[in-house]
Design a binder for this molecule. Structure first.
Ligand SMILES: [Zn+2]
Ligand SMILES: [Zn+2]
Length: 373
């Protein structure tokens, strides 16, 4: 088939689409925007569903970590939203990795492909982050994202979604991918290691499912909300600890017979979380920070140094973690859709954001369906 034959297709693609754009902080409005055109190695995705992430709320309120040509993303016609899935409806020149009609989920960071970090495969740490003019693309952060009817994606940011998986569940692949990135390639978790996940938010809960699927033992989840801890059990946690009832460090020591665990995935952002995590791991243990407090915090560095503890932060879902998360979800290794709690239409985005921000009805993952399917 020639490229031109493949590009002419059965999907009716309008010239313009509905898209939410960010004005000033907290100012979202729905506008008509031109449907973007995929370039070489890119496709046009009809967005079928997009999940709301805490980082979207951050971007809409404060701008960062979104960045358009090195500046805050306000009043630039920028469309946020990054945890989406959809259908491939148009192929850019040279694309043969995907076919028209393929259902796909996305990872966020395409990287620039030209900086040393991207060449190392560390594209979530791209040195050209925020500069589309230098080839960088991270939809919903430095290029237009998923609170719209269509988006352009580089082929390196997409993963196939099996037919049996619902749109809503497929939006969670990228969330599970973030947990996966923290645990496997970057964290080096191997079967039989003990893992504590602090904080049963979406990434923490997916972290439980991924850690269990990777063979971690035991998997311990700590938090304050019993309903979420119960959900953690259903996702594979061997033990849950309500820190309002028992000191988290003491509980981990009790469960592990005083030994502690090899690994902590910190997803709470609580000010004392790093100090607690350091006392949950044993000597030489590793701590991955997937959340952070807004203020500077005091850390007992001497304890970390004396005990040879490794601490690192993660950004996003690098090293193709989204593909590995999709593989585990396709194999039904854990039931990601448990964390999907609410669904809204695209025009109800402000209400959907409110549910996510205020945790209305104990919302965990709020999904917006575009309804164009
Ligand atoms: Zn996110
Ligand atoms: Zn780069």
């Amino acid at each position: 088939m020639t490229v031109s034959a493949r590009v002419s297709n059965e999907f009716q693609i309008p010239k313009s689409m509905k898209a939410w754009v960010l004005g000033g902080p907290e100012e979202l409005s729905m506008v008509e925007k031109p449907v973007p055109e995929p370039g070489p190695a890119e496709v046009l995705v009809r967005i079928d569903a997009v999940a709301i992430c805490a980082t979207d709320l951050e971007v809409i309120s404060h701008g960062m970590p979104a960045m358009i040509e090195g500046e805050l993303p306000f009043n630039k016609g920028f469309t946020p939203g990054h945890e989406y899935m959809g259908t491939v409806v148009k192929l850019g020149p040279t694309v043969d990795e995907f076919q028209l009609g393929d259902r796909i989920a996305v990872e966020i960071h395409a990287g620039c492909g030209r900086c040393p970090r991207c060449r190392e495969g560390m594209y979530t740490s791209c040195l050209n982050y925020g500069f589309h003019s230098r080839g960088h693309r991270a939809n919903g952060f430095s290029t237009d994202g998923g609170f719209a009817e269509y988006a352009v994606n580089h082929v390196n940011t997409m993963v196939h979604v099996p037919n049996e998986m619902s749109d809503e569940e497929a939006t969670l692949i990228v969330t599970a991918g973030t947990a996966m990135y923290g645990l496997d390639v970057l964290g080096g978790v191997i079967a039989g290691e003990g893992v504590v996940v602090i904080g049963p938010g979406p990434i923490g809960l997916m972290g439980v499912g991924v850690a269990k699927a990777l063979g971690a033992q035991p998997v311990i989840l700590t938090g304050t909300r019993d309903r979420r801890l119960e959900m953690g059990k259903r996702l594979g946690a061997d033990f849950v600890v309500n820190v309002n009832q028992e000191d988290a460090v003491a509980a981990v020591r009790r469960i592990t017979g005083g030994k502690g665990v090899q690994y902590v995935l910190e997803c709470s952002g609580a000010p004392n979380a790093l100090n607690e995590a350091a006392r949950m791991v044993n000597r030489g243990g590793r701590i991955c920070l997937a959340a952070f407090p807004h203020e500077a915090v005091s850390v007992d560095l001497a304890y970390i140094v004396r005990n040879n503890i490794y601490v690192f932060g993660i950004r996003g879902e690098g090293k193709s973690a989204t593909h590995r998360a999709a593989a585990l979800m396709t194999q039904r290794k854990f039931d990601a859709k448990l964390i999907h709690t609410h669904t809204f239409g695209l025009s109800d985005l402000p209400e959907a954001l409110r549910y996510a921000r205020d945790r209305v009805e104990d919302a965990i993952k709020v999904v917006v369906k575009t309804g164009s399917a």
